[in-house]
Design a protein around this ligand. Structure first.
Ligand code: PEP
Ligand code: MG
Length: 909
């Protein structure tokens, strides 16, 4: 029986490929990323110090067996070691020409710094002396030897780092120097001896002098570090499976610290922050790799290497090109120059900012390295998000986290970073912003439509309740305001104007920062950076994405400014104008309330007549912005009580007013108070009357239009009068009237007939023909199931997936996300939050029935989505599969949706 191959030399990539069946992914899984790239570099002729890989399979077998090497593995290690000896002319443990090796971890997915490494293996008292004889550099040799004892002690034997640090501090003090690099040969010799003592005292054994014993123990330590706490935590956080194992890379040591003809450095083939072409990096003459990374010594810019090591620099530049050409991606390389000879120690795809990622993808396409579709696929929708909102400086975030200033975490419902004074009330938010020029964060248990002015004035919004489709989330996304909602740990006491977050007390006026990307809340203000949507590379990339996508991308916008922004971001229409939002504005709300409170039809008519010009102006503004593009106006939807003050608040105000009467001094004062009481009493009565047990299932949507026909008629009149007005101005207008929350075809039939009559009447009055359509929202399961009947009366469908998810699951869109829903997701009962990503097995199935049934009656039926899912990349992919016509999302998500739609189309190819 032949034993399995557990060990591969770097030049044995071919046989590994044969073993795993050829795919690069599988080679990476077997060799780990670092080993696979080292072997690949060897194959394409890049100078890599001789070495070999002990596979991840060996690691897994070792761990499963409870710490026993797989059969044959160690013999294979010894064999590979002999090959290196032959290649280098050096021998492991040889007191004349000693070979030294490093033993490094390397998993399939990069886990920076999470697992272990031991350098300089092979040094002992004898070989150290041999190295001194060979190099004539005692200082270098004993520095290397003590590093081995230190790393071996901490990594393999678990001796605490501080113990070694104490010795180093004492040595520096004794020598009267502040940095280690100023220690001399005698100092390092003494440190080496002390380290050996420390080692013995803490491990009860002598530092092993047998190099093979050192290698064996180091290999075991690297295997075991796969299950170290750091590594396990990292994998949990980064969603990396726990059964992959780590490979061990055993590589000939090359030294960058053997004199001034030696150096070491790191370089990226392009700038990782901006994406600009050209090498970027740091290097140090006469130093070891870790000195560059540790930041103890001031590094030099890589370009200065052209002067100090011209040949090596030229070679490095040509290797950089070769590696980019090979990997077709920006590379992050580590190298060492030993006695003038350049060695590459590592290459991997370089980490980069979103901005750099976009520029690199576009530049590489132009350079012929990748194709246009590859460039589009290389950028994730989340990276596009970066261009649209201010972001916190990543260094500031790390600093705040490490100093305990991250005090809570909630739902990251609207991206971007914001900092400012805590304000608990919308009016005050507006006052502090407008009057005092302060930056504020509006903090509320939850927001309501009449908080919008405060939300608009604020930098961002933070709520302790609510979910992804809560009012705060919707409005924040719509206006591009960062928002964190549903922060259950936040105890807000509005009466005391303070909030508690565990031990931390935050008062109104204190400064906080919120990160809408991560849902984190920080104490104090973190510095922000403003990315730029006008980035020319981004514009190109998105225009390439447009060539691949088949889904239209429209926007949810209520106001002309939103429409303008949406259009400038590439929206092809308005998929949802929530017409009721206009009623909340200060000059309209009293009129709308008058309409609600009217006892006589004539009073109601009067209020509606007064509202008409406002609505007409609103719609005309939208039509002008969207000249030539469709605009879907959704008729009033929410239950009417939302337009009245809160009942509890009203009761409080009333008892307050009644108390004030007692203290009123003059008759006119009393009269004024009585009048106020009368008005508030009326409001209270009406609010009482409109109160419903389940308002979301009550008098809303199409039911309102049927119940108060003049209300939706007024809206339709406003739409058509506005359409006629702007048509005369030369604008091409394509209005679409959308009727919400239809459950039965008859509702739509009745409402449409009434409204279409009004539309015809306006067109006749104006003597103009408008190209219009009537359609409906599919927001109730029954609507989806009877879509063929509904399609008789609808020229288009728009899936209102906020309500459709609510009604399919029977889960409240307003409360669940700050309650049991998150618990469900946390416990794995639900795979994810269905209000964030479409529920494929339930809601999407209903959508499919709706599309199929609808199009069976009306083949050209336009089907879109306007729920919050329309801006979610994974939901967009599902919409693509369903064959929807378009997705509609907040203006700020339009660029993301364009890219996500292209990804969906390309991945289906
Ligand atoms: C929906 O329900 O998905 C929708 C877009 O309508 P609203 O959020 O206004 O209820
Ligand atoms: Mg809805």
């Amino acid at each position: 029986m032949t034993t399995r191959q557990w060990v591969y030399r770097f030049d044995e990539l071919d046989s590994a490929e044969r073993y795993v069946g050829g795919s690069w992914e599988d080679v990476r899984a077997l060799f780990g990323g670092k080993g696979a790239n080292l072997a690949e570099m060897v194959r394409i002729g890049v100078p890599v110090p001789p070495g070999f890989i002990v596979t991840t399979e060996a690691c897994n077998v070792y761990l499963e067996a409870g710490g026993i090497f797989p059969e044959g593995m160690w013999d294979q290690v010894l064999q590979a070691l002999h090959t290196i000896e032959a290649d280098t002319g050096k021998t492991f443990g040889d007191p004349r020409q000693p070979l030294l090796v490093s033993c490094r971890s390397g998993a399939k997915f990069s886990m920076p710094g999470m697992m272990d490494t031991v350098l300089n293996i092979g040094l002992n008292d004898l070989t150290a002396q041999a190295m001194v004889n060979l190099t004539g550099d005692e200082r270098f040799v004993f520095d290397a030897y003590r590093r081995l004892i230190q790393m071996f002690g901490s990594v393999v034997m678990g001796v605490a780092d501080e113990v070694f640090e104490h010795v180093l501090t004492a040595a520096r003090q004794k020598a009267g120097v502040t940095v280690e690099s100023d220690l001399q040969a005698a100092d390092w010799k003494e440190v080496t001896d002390r380290f050996k003592n420390v080692f013995r005292n803490h491990t009860q054994i002598d530092f092993p002098q047998d190099p093979l014993e050192q290698l064996r123990m180091a290999t075991e330590a690297v295997f075991k570090s796969w299950n170290g706490k750091r590594a396990v935590d990292y994998r949990n956080a980064a969603n990396i499976p726990h059964d992959l194992g780590t490979a061990v890379n055993i590589v000939t040591m090359v030294f960058g610290n053997m004199g001034n003809d030696c150096a070491t450095g790191v370089a990226m083939t392009r700038n990782g922050s901006t994406g600009e072409p050209g090498l970027e990096g740091d290097f140090l003459i006469n130093a070891q790799g870790e000195d560059v990374v540790a930041g103890i010594r001031m590094t030099e810019d890589i370009t200065t290497m052209a002067a100090s090591f011209p040949e090596a620099y030229e070679e490095l530049c040509s290797i950089a090109n070769k590696l980019e050409l090979h990997y077709r991606d920006m590379q992050d390389m580590e190298f060492t120059i030993e006695k003038g000879k350049l060695w590459m120690l590592q290459t991997r795809d370089g980490k980069r900012t979103a901005r750099a990622a976009v520029r690199i993808a576009v530049d590489m396409t132009r350079e012929g390295l990748i194709s246009m579709d590859q460039a589009v696929l290389r950028i994730s929708p989340e990276q596009i998000d970066f261009f649209l909102h201010p972001q916190f400086d990543p260094a500031a975030i790390a600093d705040a986290r490490s100093h305990g200033r991250m005090v809570a975490r909630g739902l990251n419902v609207s991206p971007g970073a914001a900092g400012g004074l805590v304000v608990f009330e919308a009016d005050l938010a507006e006052t502090w912003t407008k009057r005092d020029g302060k930056k504020v964060i509006l903090v509320r248990p939850e927001t309501k439509p009449d908080d919008v002015h405060g939300l608009l004035a604020a930098q961002g919004v933070l709520t302790s309740r609510g979910g992804r489709t809560s009012h705060a989330a919707l409005v924040a996304r719509q206006f591009g305001k960062p928002a964190v909602v549903g922060v259950a740990a936040l105890e807000i006491d509005l009466s005391k104007r303070e909030m508690r977050c565990g031990e931390t007390l935050i008062r109104e006026g204190d400064v906080i920062s919120i990160d809408g990307n991560t849902g984190e809340v920080f104490l104090g203000e973190l510095p922000t950076m403003l990315p730029d949507i006008k980035d020319p590379w981004l514009i190109d990339l998105l225009s390439w994405a447009d060539e691949y996508r088949t889904l239209g991308v429209w926007a949810n916008a209520d106001y002309p400014e939103d429409a303008r922004r949406a259009r400038s971001y590439g929206a092809q229409g308005i998929g949802l104008c929530r017409s009721e939002h206009m009623f909340f504005e200060t000059d309209r709300l009293p009129l709308f309330q008058k309409m609600i409170m009217a006892r006589l039809p004539v009073d109601q008519r009067e209020a509606l007549d007064a509202l008409l010009p406002f609505q007409r102006d609103d719609f005309a503004g939208l039509f002008r912005e969207m000249d030539g593009m469709p605009v879907i106006i959704r008729l009033i939807d929410p239950p009417l009580h939302e337009f009245l003050p809160d009942l509890v608040e009203l009761m409080g105000q009333l008892s307050d007013l009644k108390l004030r009467i007692r203290d009123a001094g003059t008759l006119p004062d009393i009269d004024a108070l009585l009048e106020e009481i009368r008005i508030k009493e009326r409001l209270r009565e009406q609010a009482e009357k409109l109160k419903e047990q389940n308002p979301m299932l009550g008098m809303r949507g199409v039911r309102l239009g049927i119940h108060i026909p003049d209300l939706t008629k007024m809206q339709v009149r406003a739409i058509f009068e506005a359409a006629c007005l702007v048509t005369r101005e030369g604008v091409t207008v394509l209005p679409k009237i959308m009727i919400p929350l239809v459950g039965h075809a008859n509702e739509l039939k009745v409402q449409r007939e009434a409204l279409e009559a009004e539309a015809q009447a306006v067109m006749a009055e104006q003597n103009l023909k408008i190209d219009y359509k009537f359609g409906t929202m599919i927001e109730l399961p029954r609507a989806a199931l009877t879509a063929d009947q509904i399609a008789e009366y609808a020229e288009f469908f728009s899936y209102g997936t906020n309500d459709l998810t609510q009604t399919t699951y029977g889960i409240s869109r307003d409360d669940a996300e700050s309650g049991f829903l998150i618990e469900y997701v946390g416990k794995g009962i639900l795979p994810e939050n269905p209000f964030a990503t479409l529920d494929e097995d339930g809601v999407v199935q209903l959508m499919k029935i709706g599309v199929d049934k609808g199009r069976s009656v009306r083949p050209d039926l336009e089907c879109g989505i306007c729920g919050e899912h329309g801006g979610d990349p994974r939901s967009i992919a599902l919409c693509h599969s369903l064959g929807l016509t378009y997705v509609s999302c907040s203006p700020f998500r339009v660029p993301i949706a364009r890219l996500a739609a292209a990804h969906a189309a390309l991945r289906k190819k």
